[in-house]
Design a protein around this ligand. Structure first.
Ligand SMILES: C[S@@+](CC[C@H](N)C(=O)[O-])C[C@H]1O[C@@H](n2cnc3c(N)ncnc32)[C@H](O)[C@@H]1O
Length: 222
């Protein structure tokens, strides 16, 4: 099946099950107007994040990579009014747009944006004894995914769920000799997930409006 056909089905399913909402489309428009790249998760993936948070009964969610707060919005919906999302973002200008978008969605009180390089913030969180998170979504720079796995594991408990986006790289993860740091990051991340005895994981390929990629979902077992 061609990519166009996959995308058409993706759009059909999104229109059916995740119909456009002004609060979300306005947020995306504000992100574009502010010059942020269009690299958010697709609507059906955003809703998947919300559903995973709800299925997990998550009240504490950690996100790596905020951008304009699109996936953050879905996660904040997922944790409910009493829940909290901590989201890490390196670019202050992205964090500012995200703040405005979360305000527009009336979700700002559930979300804390911590600005800075995620590796530095994660180390500080571990050092400070941050309580474990129920769900962690990794979606920042791909080259650091292996390190993100190591640090976020230290912020989990048995039963926590870790989700990581963009781990298939248009199929380029098959190239063991790749010199692309994003491919190398994804390959190393997947190898570590596979080798980690405290994780039970799978990876689903995603093909649609955002192109060919994949999502790892892992549960901390011990
Ligand atoms: C793919 S975008 C996140 C998309 C967002 N999760 C969504 O779906 O709406 C990646 C974000 O990670 C941020 N980022 C890149 N490197 C980072 C780092 N070292 N630490 C924290 N954030 C980083 C980028 O500035 C960008 O906003």
């Amino acid at each position: 099946m061609s990519n166009e056909a996959w995308s058409a089905v993706d759009e059909y399913l999104s229109d059916l099950l995740v119909p456009a909402e002004p609060v979300l489309t306005d947020g995306l428009a504000a992100s574009r107007a502010a010059g942020l790249p269009a690299i958010e998760v697709a609507p059906n993936q955003g809703k998947l994040l919300m559903l995973l948070a709800q299925i997990q009964g998550a009240t504490r969610v950690l996100e790596l990579g905020t951008l304009g707060g699109y996936s953050t919005t879905w996660l904040a919906r997922g944790v409910g009014a009493a829940g909290r999302v901590v989201t890490l973002e390196a670019a202050p200008e992205h964090a500012e747009v995200a703040r405005q978008n979360l305000d527009r969605a009336d979700l700002a009180d559930r979300v804390e944006i911590r600005v800075g390089a995620a590796l530095t913030t994660l180390a500080a969180m571990v050092q400070a004894g941050e309580p474990p998170f129920d769900l962690i979504f990794i979606d920042a720079d791909k080259a650091n995914y292996p390190q993100y796995l190591e640090w976020t594991m230290r912020l989990t408990r048995p039963g926590s769920v870790i989700v990581a986006d963009n781990v298939v790289r248009q199929g380029r993860i098959l190239d063991a000799a790749s010199d692309d740091e994003n491919v190398r990051g994804a390959r190393d991340f997947l190898a570590r997930v596979a080798a980690e005895p405290r994780l039970s994981a799978t990876t689903l390929q995603t093909v649609g409006v955002k192109g060919w990629d994949g999502l790892t979902i892992a549960r901390v077992t011990g």
